[in-house]
Design a protein around this ligand. Structure first.
Ligand SMILES: Cc1cc2nc3c(=O)[nH]c(=O)nc-3n(C[C@H](O)[C@H](O)[C@H](O)COP(=O)(O)OP(=O)(O)OC[C@H]3O[C@@H](n4cnc5c(N)ncnc54)[C@H](O)[C@@H]3O)c2cc1C
Length: 488
């Protein structure tokens, strides 16, 4: 990868002809000229533009920049640096975390270029490209990207967050695939960075989130997926104790090519949910297998016998539809999340989980999901803050918060989940599974947090770049690391 310090075009007139409030007293973006648009609180589409996918997070940035290209991003960061403003890149807002007061929001949706070299097993994509779009572009290549449960999440978002893919047990976490990134640094200089040019920055970008610059494009590895099978098995919620045991046993036999998730679902009694599922509780098992049907069916044989199968949607999966297999919601949803990795899952853990969030528990949660980790996730070789982790499972709870008054109830439900699994919990979670109040200290060990903080202070002393998980918000653990920071 070449590392050219790209020339930045001088600001030019807005080709869209939008009437900006140039020179208005108090307009912090006065003088910023873009090919794309600046959307301000007085604009008619302000609410549509400012809100994130997770509409439970009520964002009120100063303004939003709909970047038309990487030059727009560069100009915006330069303007922010010169005027002591902060900038946050938020392609979709699945991970929105704060009210963004005083911050300029950059939407990257128009940076949608996809370039694939199947032979070299690499894709270069813009910062607006969603995993669903990349998977669609990979149809027929026999290759996959590290796509997670939702095709609606961006490639950049998952890579910067060390995200979990269906294929992470085979190929590692989302950051493992990050070869190089085009970054606008906090001073507004744009260039491609790689392990050769910027090893420390690459280490931080692989899991440290978007706190070190605005990424305009990435190069990510692609991985072999010549044959895929997967889908969902659904059982009544009352079968959860047996289904979860059978799922857990299957995970202990699964090789890296197979990923099995389980979930308890409490579907609300609302019209949006089709009958006969409306208002029902379900125990589900979801699978993705890099290989043939017979191997997957063998692994699932005892799971299928664990209860009455209400739905069996195990099938051949196209590379293009990987992001739909988990059937995650695509429409914006007001949600709250809590997660922890687990050290293991014995029968007592399953019983504790079912008692806390199963049928009859009265839990307000929509979903409690168990993901099988391990294999490549425990061995990850590239230098990354999202490094190897040998925890075998991750549990996460998801609550829908239809009205802000319900937040305390939902929060209580998530607390009850975490309390129930506490004896097995590591109390750590990948960055992409953090809740609003969590910091990177929940994802990484103390010395790594210190290293992230030091890099942040070095490259962005004025705090121009603001991620959804600002590394400086993370508490520094007591002990020798404090001495390191004190010395600097
Ligand atoms: C339905 C659903 C399913 C999900 N499934 C998975 C899953 O299977 N595995 C998993 O690991 N996670 C999953 N997530 C979490 C998701 O990966 C995170 O929410 C992540 O934030 C990516 O979402 P996004 O692309 O919308 O980014 P946003 O939420 O818009 O951005 C989040 C942060 O990413 C950083 N960022 C994004 N783009 C840039 C950029 N161009 N430059 C610099 N920083 C940037 C910024 O710090 C930003 O604050 C899921 C979330 C939802 C809601």
């Amino acid at each position: 990868m070449t590392t050219t310090d790209q020339a930045v075009n001088p600001p030019h007139e807005d080709r869209t002809g939008h009437a900006h409030h140039h020179g208005l007293a108090g307009d912090p973006l006065a003088g910023l000229h873009l090919t794309g648009r600046i959307v301000r609180p007085t604009d008619l589409d302000w609410d549509a533009v400012r809100m994130p996918w997770n509409v439970a997070v009520d964002q009120h940035p100063i303004a939003a920049v709909l970047a038309a290209d990487a030059d727009d991003v560069t100009r915006t960061v330069r303007h922010a640096a010169a005027h002591r403003l902060a900038v946050t890149a938020q392609p979709g807002g699945h991970g929105a975390s704060s009210d963004l007061r005083g911050v300029v929001l950059v939407r990257t949706g128009a940076l949608d270029d996809i370039w694939i070299d199947a032979e070299a097993r690499v894709a270069r994509v813009g910062a607006g490209v969603k995993l669903g779009a990349l998977q669609a572009a990979l149809a027929g290549t026999g290759l996959t990207a590290l796509c997670g449960s939702s095709g609606d999440v961006t490639v950049v978002g998952l890579a910067l967050g060390g995200g979990l893919s269906w294929f992470s047990r085979a190929y590692g976490n989302g950051s493992r695939a990050l070869r190089a990134a085009e970054v606008v640094d906090p001073r507004g200089h744009r260039r491609w960075v790689s392990d050769e040019s910027d090893p420390e920055l690459m280490w931080a970008l692989r899991g440290g989130g978007g706190d070190f610059g605005v990424v305009t494009a990435v190069e990510v590895d692609l991985f072999p997926a010549p044959e895929l099978h997967g889908g969902t098995l659904a059982f009544p919620g009352t079968a959860a104790p047996a289904v979860l045991r059978a799922w857990r046993d299957a995970t202990t036999h699964a090789g890296p090519a197979t990923t099995l998730w389980a979930a308890l679902l409490h579907l609300p009694d609302i019209e949006a949910i089709p009958e006969p599922m409306r208002g029902q509780s379900l125990a589900i098992v979801q699978a993705m297998h890099l290989g043939d049907r017979a191997t997957l069916d063998d692994l699932l044989a005892d799971v299928r016998r664990a209860g009455p199968v209400l739905r069996d949607a195990i099938r051949p999966v196209d590379v293009a539809e990987v992001g739909q297999v988990a059937e995650d919601p695509e429409d914006p949803s007001p949600s709250m999340l809590a997660a922890t990795r687990l050290r293991g899952m014995d029968d007592a853990a399953i019983d504790a989980l079912v008692a806390a969030v199963g049928v009859g528990s009265g839990t307000p949660l929509l979903q409690v999901q168990l993901r099988h980790l391990g294999d490549a996730l425990a061995e990850q070789a590239v230098p990354a803050v999202a490094g190897p982790d040998d925890s075998p499972y991750l549990v996460s709870g998801l609550a829908i918060v239809p009205a802000p008054e319900l937040a305390p109830v939902m929060s209580g439900g998530l607390d009850a989940l975490l309390a129930a699994v506490a004896p097995w919990a590591t109390a750590t979670a990948p960055l992409t599974f953090l809740d609003r109040t969590d910091t990177v200290a929940r994802s990484y060990p103390g010395p790594d947090v210190v290293r992230l903080r030091l890099l942040k202070e070095l490259v962005d002393p004025d705090g121009v770049i603001r991620s959804n998980r600002p590394v400086l918000d993370a508490p520094v653990a007591a002990g020798p690391v404090n001495a390191v920071v004190a010395e600097i």
